[in-house]
Design a protein around this ligand. Structure first.
Ligand SMILES: *[C@@H]1O[C@H](CO)[C@@H](O)[C@H](O)[C@H]1NC(C)=O
Ligand SMILES: *[C@@H]1O[C@H](CO)[C@@H](O)[C@H](O)[C@H]1NC(C)=O
Ligand SMILES: *[C@@H]1O[C@H](CO)[C@@H](O)[C@H](O)[C@H]1NC(C)=O
Ligand SMILES: *[C@@H]1O[C@H](CO)[C@@H](O)[C@H](O)[C@H]1NC(C)=O
Ligand SMILES: *[C@@H]1O[C@H](CO)[C@@H](O)[C@H](O)[C@H]1NC(C)=O
Length: 520
């Protein structure tokens, strides 16, 4: 629940229902404010002052990352479509940059140590979120030791300008070469002769009659591929292959590779915690092969797009919420989508108590995609195992990279043996997860949300305040490990679909087999 949304409801104030809801929100809001005040002595910003707070909590010298370039450019004409010539130019540029493998700021920071953290950020087109991620990275202690790799699937001069203005560590840009932007009318983009998504199984005959290209390859739920949904998984797989196996700068790298997205935000001790987790793994948890710095909070308020209601944070509502989640999940499954895209969980205010109580606790648990996909890190040893399972990753009928990874963990990697008191788990991916997150999701509005304040200021301001309040608790000296109770054997899940097309399987597989395909 965001302050902005609350204010919006109060203002509009029409009808009893709205007023009742507004009251509930306000009560919850005040309750939380009180708690926050009691913990910090100051209140979280309201949405109206969010913008000021946003700048107030960012050191002056970093404001430059938040400001738009004076003559910002948008590629393409007013319709947003690129001409053939523009596409050719972009392809050429991408090829040049990918071949060049330039590391910016290497003169200032020297060669990368083989055990230094490599941070890979998957960037699509959300420039305003990326600005804040960069601001947070700039303030992280130890960032000067890291290599920051931005992996793009859109060539955008403004994004390039921003990324190249980063001067606080080594920076590299890589460009996913099979993007929709550079292949708008042909696979992996959308070919005019592709079958439309919604031809159902019983109409398969139609598809065959239509003679559309992929008639024989609908997904598990009878739907045909949608280019924009498949791109993210391809991009994820491509950048992992690229960073571990193809770049010169990381050829001898033995340390952690941390995966972030453009709408994440990091705490200033995230690299310290990453190193701490790495050490703790070596000494106390040999079977841990994935680290997770961000975790969704167990109790969160929840905005339901369908009923347009906010669910609050007390325990009765929590139960409802969990039921709702399950329901959404199964609905989504039959529709061939995960709940994640439909109604994003909102971590909201519950974060603060959690951060206070658990700032140095970590949990060992089988890696679960929906819980541990944020701010995850692994090293080359884990990657080599994963790459051997490329076939399973690439042919599993699920367009989500994280669900595909979980599937690989359960069906292809050797299951982790429990050593000593540790229980045996049936996944080959065992995660060490921070209880109090060091990576936050600020882009929760997602693509479905049209609210104007959604450009995230209130959310970001809250994360900033929370981190400021928690400041003296950051940088723990050591971690306390707990072993999660492991559920009985988890069933292998049917995929979420969206990945039935053999062209997608083949492209994904080619990415591992033929690295030279990195040229568009
Ligand atoms: C927030 O602040 C920035 C920079 O001062 C300004 O450009 C922008 O218009 C402000 N946005 C709102 C919603 O006030
Ligand atoms: C503005 O655009 C001009 C021409 O396109 C370019 O030469 C100049 O460097 C740009 N200025 C900035 C601040 O990017
Ligand atoms: C924009 O580009 C598209 C594709 O090249 C072209 O068909 C269209 O006429 C262009 N529109 C304008 C206003 O230039
Ligand atoms: C990687 O290690 C090899 C052998 O030790 C060395 O020759 C090579 O220069 C190293 N490459 C990089 C990029 O550090
Ligand atoms: C995969 O690679 C093979 C061999 O280079 C090529 O013939 C095929 O077209 C590629 N498929 C895709 C979907 O990229």
């Amino acid at each position: 629940m965001r302050g902005g949304a609350v204010a919006g409801v109060v203002r509009s104030g029409r009808g009893t229902l709205v007023r009742t809801l507004a009251f509930v929100f306000l009560a919850t809001f005040l309750w939380l404010q009180l708690h926050v005040v009691s913990l910090t002595g100051r209140s979280l910003p309201s949405s109206s002052s969010a913008n000021e707070t946003l700048f107030a909590l960012v050191p002056q010298e970093l404001h430059r990352f938040l400001k738009e370039r004076r003559n910002a450019t948008v590629p393409g004409n007013s319709t947003g479509t690129l001409s053939e010539q523009e596409i050719l130019d972009i392809r050429r540029q991408i090829q040049r940059v990918n071949e060049e493998q330039r590391v910016f700021n290497e003169e200032a920071f020297g060669p990368l140590a083989s055990d230094a953290p490599v941070i890979v950020v998957q960037v699509h087109a959300r420039l305003s979120y990326l600005r804040h991620l960069i601001v947070s990275l700039a303030q992280a202690r130890g960032i000067e030791q890291a290599l920051l790799v931005f992996s793009h699937d859109v060539w955008n001069p403004d994004i390039n300008y921003l990324v190249q203005s980063v001067d606080f560590c080594r920076v590299m840009q890589i460009f996913y070469p099979h993007s929709i932007q550079t292949h708008p009318r042909t696979f992996p983009g959308e070919d005019p002769n592709d079958c439309p998504r919604n031809i159902h199984k019983d109409q398969l005959v139609n598809a065959l009659n239509l003679k559309c290209i992929n008639a024989k390859h609908p997904d598990l739920y009878g739907h045909y591929r949608e280019a924009k949904f498949t791109q993210t998984k391809h991009h994820w797989w491509w950048k992992a292959n690229r960073v571990f196996d193809q770049l010169t700068v990381t050829r001898n790298h033995t340390g952690m590779v941390l995966f972030l997205e453009e709408d994440h935000y990091v705490a200033e001790d995230f690299l310290h915690v990453l190193r701490l987790m790495e050490r703790t793994c070596r000494h106390s948890c040999e079977r841990c092969n994935v680290l997770s710095l961000g975790t969704y909070i167990k109790t969160y308020s929840y905005y339901d797009e369908g009923s347009r209601k906010y669910l609050g944070v007390n325990s009765a509502l929590q139960k409802e919420l969990l039921r709702g989640l399950k329901r959404q999940d199964s609905l989504a499954e039959s529709a061939g989508q995960t709940f994640q895209g439909q109604a994003a969980p909102v971590w909201a205010f519950q974060l603060l108590p959690s951060l206070y109580n658990h700032y140095q606790k970590a949990e060992v648990t089988p890696w679960i995609s929906s819980k541990h996909n944020m701010g995850m890190a692994f090293n080359r040893i884990t990657w080599n195992e994963l790459r051997k399972c490329g076939m399973q990753f690439c042919s599993y009928d699920d367009y989500n990279w994280d669900w595909s990874l979980q599937h690989v963990g359960q069906s292809c990697l050797p299951p982790s043996r429990g050593a000593g008191a540790a229980p045996r788990v049936d996944s080959g991916l065992v995660a060490m997860v921070m209880r109090a997150p060091r990576v936050f999701h600020i882009g929760e509005c997602g693509v479905h949300h049209k609210k104007n304040n959604c450009e995230s200021n209130a959310v970001i301001a809250k994360v900033q305040s929370v981190l400021k309040a928690a400041r003296k608790h950051l940088f723990p000296m050591q971690l306390t490990l707990t072993i999660a109770a492991v559920a009985k054997k988890t069933k292998l899940r049917k995929g979420n679909g969206g990945w039935g097309d053999i062209r997608d399987h083949e492209l994904c597989w080619n990415i591992t087999m033929y690295p030279d395909l990195s040229l568009p």
